[in-house]
Design a protein around this ligand. Structure first.
Ligand code: PLP
Length: 543
């Protein structure tokens, strides 16, 4: 298997990146029943090349330009192999001390490599902040939303003790840009809260003024803004929301700020890209995927929070079989007890109540139940429930959320069991070093710049959005059907693979430099393939 993997990766350029199979192809080739008797490994393995490989999209190929990178590398694969062999479930410190401690150490290393502020690190174990490896960016977003929801409900319940939390829930509202990933919408659906999409500016960036306007408008309707998701590196065009402006608005209204940097987060290993992190100290949680561009194979989402007690309050269960004595000396990522003196949190609920109402224009709003008529303004009861009306008028009240004498279980995630993912992250950080990782990121960006120059030099093509980092969005000038046809034909030929995006009804092809194996020649070959197919289409359509 090791030889097979090495040969596969070294010779991947020779494989057609996109498979030439139809839905159901495998059903026709494999038996419909599992074997009664054990089969020989050689027979099983032969089927991998004969039947499985023909249906694989080769994500590690230099000609893979779809989505965002989902890279792996040898140290990561070896980490995965060892982790599979050990197969420890690192939910508490006691369930595998090295698993837990290595995760804390690797996440501190990674946080420092990215230049995150100290408040997100957990170096002495008495700081409320810290990092945790989640499975996906979607899960990190959901965890953050749920933690913020709990915080908001606790504050509201204190001010409205007679009101059921299910009723309070109906008044919560959260925000993201119209460019945010669909996983943000999904988090809102699961969290049963309404979500407002803020119209992004001409650079696809969410700005503070539009957010502030929407929040003020919603507050006058008796709604309670509690969570904002900012994106660093949007899926459509790698655009960046303005973190400092958004952070200040969140501070004014006591809303939790989550930063989703799923793809672009890896770029922050290079100091020259950290200007997009300006204002990150105002965030409550931050997540990115080393499993995308940093070559740590899927799954691995790095998430940091400023206050892990907010997660603990959200996922608070504490069965006896998971109570172990680590006496607060180490993190338990799922459940455990920790000396709560270190966890006593005071939440400043001072908010700036701006009575000025500004029209929120045409922004859309999504309701979990799809009922857009649900709870509009004017309901007196609803206004009375509006906790921020009660706690906001500049009183600066401090609400104590926890009993400081209690031993508290700590929860950092939704599942109980967790894989030993820190091993592969640690192997990659050590085997590449910071400089090796920086070299990898810079090379991808250089190759994307090369592709960008080729596109811009050809009069038949245009780039509706500027290139950011390793992604170029481009199209054939003219009607959308030209570019749609180009992409369809490119994918059918299978030499390169890309996916589309749409900006305000303009159809584009996303071309992401993914593989660490991509060379100058690969970029030239891919561009020649694109030009050849484009010429065919133009001739067919216009003669
Ligand atoms: N957020 C952004 C900005 C993304 O681009 C993506 C996927 O590409 C996600 C979230 C979802 O990532 P995951 O598959 O890790 O949930």
């Amino acid at each position: 298997m090791v030889d097979y993997i090495a040969d596969y990766l070294e010779n991947i350029r020779e494989r057609r990146v996109y498979p030439n199979v139809q839905p159901g192809y495998l059903h026709k080739r494999l038996p419909s029943e599992a074997p009664q008797q054990p089969e020989k490994w050689d027979d099983i393995f032969r089927d991998v090349e004969d039947h499985i490989m023909p249906g694989i999209v080769h994500w590690q190929s230099p000609h893979m330009h779809a989505y965002f990178p989902a890279l792996t590398c040898y140290p990561s694969i070896m980490g995965e192999m060892l982790s599979s062999a050990l197969n420890v479930l690192c939910f508490t410190w006691a369930s595998s001390p090295a698993g837990t401690e290595l995760e804390t150490i690797a996440m501190n290393w990674l946080g420092k490599i990215l230049g995150l502020p100290d408040c997100f690190l957990n170096e002495k174990n008495d700081s409320p902040g810290g990092g945790v490896i989640q499975t996906t960016a979607s899960e990190a977003t959901l965890v953050s939303l749920l933690a913020a929801r709990t915080r908001a409900l606790m504050e509201l319940s204190k001010l409205n003790p007679d009101v059921q939390s299910s009723e309070l829930l109906g008044h919560l509202i959260c925000y993201c840009s119209d460019q945010a990933h669909s996983s943000v919408e999904k988090a809102g659906l699961i969290g049963l809260v309404r979500m407002r999409y803020i119209e992004s500016d001409e650079n696809q960036s969410m700005r503070g003024d539009k957010l502030e306007e929407a929040i003020i408008n919603d507050k006058t309707k008796g709604l309670v803004p509690f969570w904002v998701c900012a994106t660093l590196g949007t899926t459509g065009s790698v655009a960046f929301d303005n973190l400092r402006e958004i952070g200040q608005v969140c501070g004014n209204h006591s809303a939790w700020l989550h930063v989703d940097a799923a793809y672009a987060g890896s770029a922050f290993v290079c100091p020259e890209y950290r200007h997009w992190l300006d204002g990150v100290e105002l965030a409550d949680s931050f997540a990115f995927n080393p499993s995308k561009w940093l070559m740590v194979n899927f799954d691995c989402t790095a998430m940091w929070v400023k206050d892990s007690t907010a997660l603990h309050r959200t996922f608070n269960v504490n069965p006896i079989y998971l109570r172990h004595e680590n006496s607060g000396k180490a993190i338990d990522y799922m459940v455990g007890t920790q000396n709560s003196n270190t966890k006593k949190r005071l939440v400043n609920v001072e908010t700036k109540e701006d009575q000025k109402i500004i029209s929120n224009g045409s922004k859309s709003e999504c309701y979990p139940n799809g009922d857009s008529s649900h709870d509009e303004d004017g309901d007196e009861k609803l206004r009375n429930l509006h906790g921020y009306n009660k706690i906001s008028p500049g009183c600066g009240t401090q609400i104590q959320l926890e009993n400081p004498d209690k031993k508290e279980p700590l929860h950092w995630q939704i599942p109980l069991s967790r894989r030993f993912r820190a091993l592969k992250l640690w192997f990659v950080l050590r085997n590449y070093g910071v400089m090796g990782l920086q070299k990898h990121i810079r090379e991808s960006v250089r190759l994307a710049q090369k592709f960008e120059a080729l596109v811009l030099a050809d009069q038949r093509f245009e780039m509706p959005q500027p290139r950011n980092l390793g992604m170029v969005v481009f199209r054939l000038k003219g009607d959308n059907t030209l570019t749609e046809c180009l992409l369809k034909r490119l994918n059918a030929r299978g030499y390169i693979h890309a996916v589309p995006a749409c900006f305000k009804s303009v159809y584009v092809i996303r071309f992401t430099v993914t593989s660490q194996r991509t060379t100058n020649q690969d970029i030239l070959d891919d561009w020649n393939e694109i030009k050849t197919v484009a010429a065919e289409i133009i001739t067919e359509m216009f003669g």
